[in-house]
Design a protein around this ligand. Structure first.
Ligand SMILES: [Zn+2]
Length: 334
């Protein structure tokens, strides 16, 4: 008889008490979520908690002061996103930037550059960062709260999401404006830098942004002086069109090699010596001056930020945007 009673009690427990307890929990999660999805969401939350144990807090090196600060990952990402992308860009573009920033951070934690920290706040070394106070001070007072909550939304709505290729976080390069076409890493950083997910990709709508077009004009002397900082013996006969011309282009249409008199320079070297916004340029001789007409802004590899915004305006989600710029990748939980 005792056994029967125990079985009966277990039956009651399994079929009535447990579901009642779970139902209570369900309603706490969210009334809007269909019941069948709740287990999935709960599992995700458990996974995220678990994985955020490894990556929940990062050690951020402040380059100028040398101070190392421990900050929660997502709080850090808000500072990064607000520093890297204009807040008036579409929410889906900001979300793509948040996922790119989270991926880059995890990649840096796994491939450390600094001894006692995970990442630094210098954009030329690791990833741009701005303190919340500094950021807010740059916005109009009446927009501060809504702007910051839009940034937080971009980070929270992509919580735990990173970009992976074959299960590993990618090296998520990005730049300001691709000029309509992105570039292969090999054409920027040389041999061995190519990665299968970084290909030449075309994006519509980038011409509508101020970063798309720029020009720099030099007198003949100014141009010579700029080039002399590296090539002391440079001589250009400006009357001869053969002495100043683009010799070849990369597959994306950027300048690969350019002839300056007695020297042939790469597009990337020319960009840095002359301070051009990209290697996508034409040369125009005008009234004895030399004009560089430049398209796009940045190295051109990976995600274009204005391209991301333009895709978001077409109704694309952050996942669509990421998969447009990084080929064959997955959006995974950390
Ligand atoms: Zn660094």
């Amino acid at each position: 008889m005792k056994k029967v009673f125990i079985y009966f009690f277990l039956f009651l427990l399994i079929f009535f008490l447990l579901p009642a307890l779970l139902t209570k929990k369900d309603s706490e999660v969210s009334a809007k979520v269909p019941e069948k999805d709740i287990n999935e969401i709960e599992n995700q939350e458990i996974n995220q908690e678990h994985n955020y144990k490894n990556y929940g807090v990062i050690k951020l090196l402040h380059k100028k002061t040398g101070e190392i600060e421990e900050v929660p990952l997502d709080m850090y990402l808000c500072n990064v996103v607000s520093s890297e992308m204009p807040v008036d860009f579409e929410l889906e573009a900001l979300k793509a930037q948040a996922v790119v920033a989270r991926t880059y951070t995890i990649y840096k934690i796994q491939n450390k550059k600094h001894e006692n920290s995970d990442i630094c706040d210098d954009s030329s070394c690791c990833q741009a960062w701005i303190s919340k106070e500094e950021r807010l001070a740059k916005w109009d007072e009446n927009e501060r709260e809504s702007n910051w909550s839009k940034i937080e939304q971009s980070v929270n709505e992509t919580k735990g999401k990173i970009i992976t290729y074959n299960g590993s976080p990618i090296n998520a390069f990005f730049h300001s404006n691709s000029g309509g076409t992105t570039e292969l890493p090999v054409n920027v950083w040389g041999g061995g830098s190519n990665l299968p997910y970084l290909q030449v990709v075309e994006t519509n709508g980038e011409e509508g942004y101020e970063q798309y077009k720029s020009e720099v004009v030099f007198t003949q002397n100014e141009l010579i002086e700029k080039l002399k900082t590296k090539y002391k013996d440079i001589i250009i006969n400006f009357d001869n069109n053969e002495e100043l011309k683009i010799l070849d282009y990369t597959d994306s249409g950027r300048v690969k090699t350019i002839k300056f008199g007695n020297h042939d320079l790469s597009g990337t070297e020319t960009r840095s010596l002359l301070g051009l916004k990209s290697t996508n340029f034409e040369i125009i001789k005008e009234n004895g001056n030399i004009k560089f007409l430049v398209k796009g802004y940045g190295h051109g590899v990976g995600m274009s930020q204005t391209g991301a915004d333009s895709l978001a305006k077409e109704g694309k989600s952050y996942e669509d945007i990421i998969k447009h710029f990084y080929i064959g990748v997955e959006i995974s939980d950390i």
